[in-house]
Write a protein that binds this ligand. Structure first.
Ligand code: KG4
Ligand code: ZN
Length: 354
């Protein structure tokens, strides 16, 4: 089965082809440079860019794979959660293609696609716990099959990636700044008492990163010399970060990573039958989080399923892969498939394959 995956839920326009569970071609067109001058994603600009980029990306992946569009068996598109305008552009394109090629359509949950993408490169297994850490979400799931996710915990305010990006903004790093904090944290000394590990004094699996963010904001306000003079200072090849700046980044990074670890340990205690731990989403590219989750999985005797960093951030491969998995199980959607914006639950509105 050759499945085309279309991703347009935020600011990456991406497409990929997956044949029988293996990636055969993928292209990602990032809009980061365009949005970075605004310090965040501008939804209308994102929608317009998706509209402009989708067709050339399709031509590109077909060329890379050496296939004709008539050879596509199934069209998968991220149907949410995400920015509504962006999702609508991707879904409209997917529906048009499904109609023109007379092929079935399937809408996939962007978050589930993140969690399962590692299956392109290693065997997946269950029962599992899943930690999805991205720019918009911090979710803990219990997973028993590719189509069975139970949400156990979520952030009550900022997502982990949002906290990274906001802290980066306080320091005048380019947007999105998560990976710059990661870069500066590497090899830096960590002061574990500098910032609080937030929302641990409870017995649930929810998160709240806004207090940590405020604590860093207060610290930076008192140490204004840490703030870079211009947003592009970081990108200057001659830029050398001070030891203080590195320590702040590493200490914040540790507070996030350690908070995630505590909640995951708690989830493992609650579900002792767990055999696999999935960690995914853009923030799963973070070196310290990868290392801490690796150590946690080893200690707890569960297998860590972690996509390579290139597959952690938004991509089309994850959509094509989940489309393939669900399509193989007989799931489909009709052309009335709806886009679901962030904050609304994704309905189980599949229709049976005809
Ligand atoms: O999953 P993703 O690409 O998009 C969403 O669905 O949100 O995640 C993007 C988020 C951004 O907040 C970005 O700063 C963060 O992932 N991110 C990182 C790293 N790479 C990307 N955060 C920390 N360390 C990284 N290396
Ligand atoms: Zn994402």
């Amino acid at each position: 089965m050759l499945c085309l995956g279309i991703e347009s839920s935020c600011d990456e326009t991406a497409m990929a082809l997956v044949r029988d569970g293996k990636l055969v071609a993928e292209r990602v067109s990032s809009q980061v440079a365009m949005h970075s001058v605004f310090g965040g994603v501008v939804p209308e600009l994102a929608s317009r860019e998706h509209l402009r980029l989708l067709d050339p990306l399709l031509t590109g992946v077909l060329k890379d794979a050496g296939v004709h569009r008539g050879e596509i068996d199934l069209i998968a598109a991220a149907r949410g959660p995400g920015l509504l305008g962006s999702l609508l552009v991707g879904l409209g394109f997917a529906k048009g293609l499904a109609l023109a090629l007379d092929r079935p359509l399937i809408g996939v949950n962007h978050l589930h696609a993140h969690l399962l993408v590692a299956g392109l490169e290693e065997p997946l297994g269950f029962p599992a716990l899943g930690l999805l850490v991205s720019g918009g979400h911090t979710h803990v799931y219990r997973m028993t099959a590719p189509d069975s996710f139970q949400l156990l915990g979520r952030t009550l305010d900022d997502a982990a990636g949002e906290a990274f990006d906001k802290v980066a903004k306080f320091l005048n790093f380019p947007y999105p700044g998560g990976r710059f904090i990661d870069d500066l944290s590497q090899g830096a000394s960590i002061d574990e008492s500098l910032f609080p590990r937030p929302y641990l004094d409870n017995d649930n699996l929810d998160f709240s990163f806004s207090g940590l963010k405020t604590s860093v904001a207060n610290y930076v306000a008192k140490h204004r010399d840490l703030i870079l003079p211009a947003m592009d200072t970081f990108l200057d090849p001659g830029f050398v970060a001070s030891e203080d700046l590195k320590r702040i980044c590493a200490s914040f990074n540790w507070a996030v990573a350690s908070t995630l670890q505590v909640k995951i340990e708690r989830a493992l205690d609650a579900f002792p039958e767990t055999e696999f731990l999935y960690v995914a989403g853009g923030v799963a590219a973070n070196s310290m989080i990868r290392q801490i989750m690796g150590a946690t999985a080893d200690r707890r005797g569960v297998r860590l399923i972690l996509p390579r960093p290139g597959l952690c951030t938004d991509n089309g491969a994850m959509v094509a892969y989940l489309g393939f998995l669900l399509g193989s199980l007989g799931y489909r959607h009709g052309l009335d498939l709806e886009a679901i914006p962030r904050g609304r639950p994704i309905p189980d509105d599949f229709v049976a394959a005809s």
